[in-house]
Design a protein around this ligand. Structure first.
Ligand code: CU
Length: 508
């Protein structure tokens, strides 16, 4: 039955999308997101208890892992986890805590850690050449990360991302404190990532010109939590389950839906919104691009042995991402009424009318002209003016650009000037326009923004995000208060950023 349901839903979904495309003119006026999405959320009580510092050593090293499954050939992964532990370690902390992490690089190339979605001081943002020197093989780097916000985040490197994250170099960070005790009976992490593996466990090329110039290169083996295949877990019968879904794939845009249970979206990129029934969303799915996270709340089936399924309707065939099986005596009798999480304590733009407006176009690289435009780099007096980028941070050619300016390519590339200069503490509304035929999940470092409007995605709730999908020929508006530093702005389809769709904003 689930399969039938899934196919029906997907066929309906395909029809609805096709209709919307045909009926909508390019760059239609923005449609405001329902603005009650963020209002009326309960406030987080002040944190009690001592603030703790989590002292960690994150050793980036190569090791064997049986991604393809037991009895199948092993693969060489790059991971922060020790041999035998899950490839993606899960760090859990309380809001108000601090992470003091030493990165130790035992890989054959330089690396760094970007704390995706976490509001960090600029020097801790983990972007080689822009916010820190690359951490060369054998070197270490100390990260001091204040955890001011609750939520679900992850860690990843920021040069040769396709090769390093393609081999698994990521970790998950859960910052607790956004819900009262007893909010959920079970709190599970579902990290979706495909692998570019051949049958013998070796890697296929992580980037291809064909993929990089289109929707990206897809994995050959679908996986969850560092293994091939769906996640399977037991949950208490009738219990409330919080599922933290992370899209750690470099390419794939998931269309999350749930079968066998009612489900609500309770947080986007880690931050609360008024619970939205998945069935109430367009097509009954929440789309999750690379690097995006969504927290779902579901109620486990009322009878032991029954299952609920988390599906990805975005692939050619609906794909089972997770199967949760009710086990043990029924622990709740009440009807499913998802409660909101505590409101995020992100500084928000209170007066949109006073915000300065910015406009960025995400498009194809116009080649030689754009390359010439950035060849000059930063003014000579800039502290970053003489920074030469290496081949792990640039590709041999650029295919994509922001405001017609691609991230530099080729040998002797210098750090380009910023895409824009903003004033620290000032409110901004950025209009992000996608002129290409592919969707782009656009990520701004160091900020959590409010997604105000979409021109081609109807029925979206107002929500907070650090990464937002912009559909082909769509215009999306986001609002944020600028935080000081040089912050990357890029597509999170990893090949798109590596082939040019990346730049940075300077907030002074
Ligand atoms: Cu993209």
């Amino acid at each position: 039955m689930s399969r039938h349901e899934g196919l029906t839903r997907r066929l309906l979904l395909g029809g609805a999308l096709a209709g919307a495309t045909a009926a909508t003119l390019p760059f239609a006026p923005a449609v405001r997101a329902a603005d009650d999405g963020l209002s009326g959320l309960p406030a987080r009580p002040p944190t009690s208890g001592p603030e703790r510092t989590h002292r960690l050593t994150l050793v980036a090293a190569e090791r064997d892992a049986h991604i393809l499954g037991p009895g199948r050939p092993a693969s060489r992964v790059w991971s922060f986890a020790r041999q035998g532990e899950p490839i993606f370690p899960i760090l859990r902390a309380q809001v108000g805590d601090r992470i003091s992490a030493r990165l130790e690089n035992r890989l054959p190339q330089h690396t760094s850690i970007h704390w995706h979605g976490v509001r960090v001081p600029n020097g801790m943002d983990g972007v080689p050449y822009v916010t820190q020197p690359p951490v060369q093989p054998g070197e270490t780097f100390e990260y001091g990360i204040p955890l001011e916000d609750t939520g679900t985040y992850f860690l990843h490197p920021h040069c040769d991302e396709s090769g390093q994250t393609g081999r698994g170099l990521m970790a998950i960070l859960v910052v607790e404190g956004d819900a009262p005790p007893g909010y959920a009976d079970s709190d599970l992490v579902l990290a979706v990532k495909d692998w570019r593996l051949a049958d013998d466990g070796t890697y296929l090329p992580f980037d291809t010109k064909d993929g990089a110039g289109r929707a990206g290169t897809f994995g050959t083996v679908r996986g969850t939590n560092g293994q091939a295949g769906p996640m399977r877990a037991a949950v208490p019968t009738g219990g409330i389950v919080r599922l933290r879904v992370l899209n750690l794939d470099p390419t794939r845009i998931l269309q999350l839906g749930v079968e066998g249970a009612a489900a609500a979206l309770i947080a986007t990129d880690g931050h609360a919104l008024q619970p939205v029934s998945l069935d109430g969303l367009t097509d009954g799915v929440w789309r999750l691009g690379p690097a995006m996270r969504a927290d779902l709340l579901v109620q486990a089936p009322a009878r032991a042995g029954e299952t609920l399924r988390i599906m990805d309707y975005g692939s050619a065939e609906p794909w089972l991402a997770a199967e949760l099986t009710a086990a043990g005596p029924r622990i709740r009798q009440d009807a499913f009424e998802p409660r909101p999480l505590y409101a995020a304590q992100i500084p928000r733009v209170t007066d949109l009318g006073a915000a300065e407006r910015l406009s960025f176009t995400f498009g194809a690289s116009s080649g030689a002209d754009a390359a010439a435009e950035i060849a000059a780099g930063l003014p000579a007096g800039d502290p970053l003016a003489k920074v030469l980028l290496d081949t792990l941070c640039v590709r041999d050619t650029s295919l994509w650009a922001i405001n017609k300016t691609p991230w530099p390519a080729g040998p002797n590339a210098v750090l380009p000037p910023p895409l824009g200069t903003l004033a620290a503490g000032r409110p901004y509304i950025a209009e992000w326009i996608n002129t290409t035929p592919h969707p782009h999940p656009i990520h701004l470092h160091g900020h959590t923004f409010e997604v105000l409007s979409y021109s081609r995605q109807a029925g979206m709730p107002r929500h907070l995000a650090d990464t937002v999908i912009i559909n082909p020929r769509e215009r999306v508006e986001v609002a944020f208060l600028a935080a000081p530093g040089d912050w990357m702005l890029h597509c999170h389809i990893v090949e798109h950023l590596e082939y040019g769709m990346m730049g940075y904003l300077r907030v002074a």
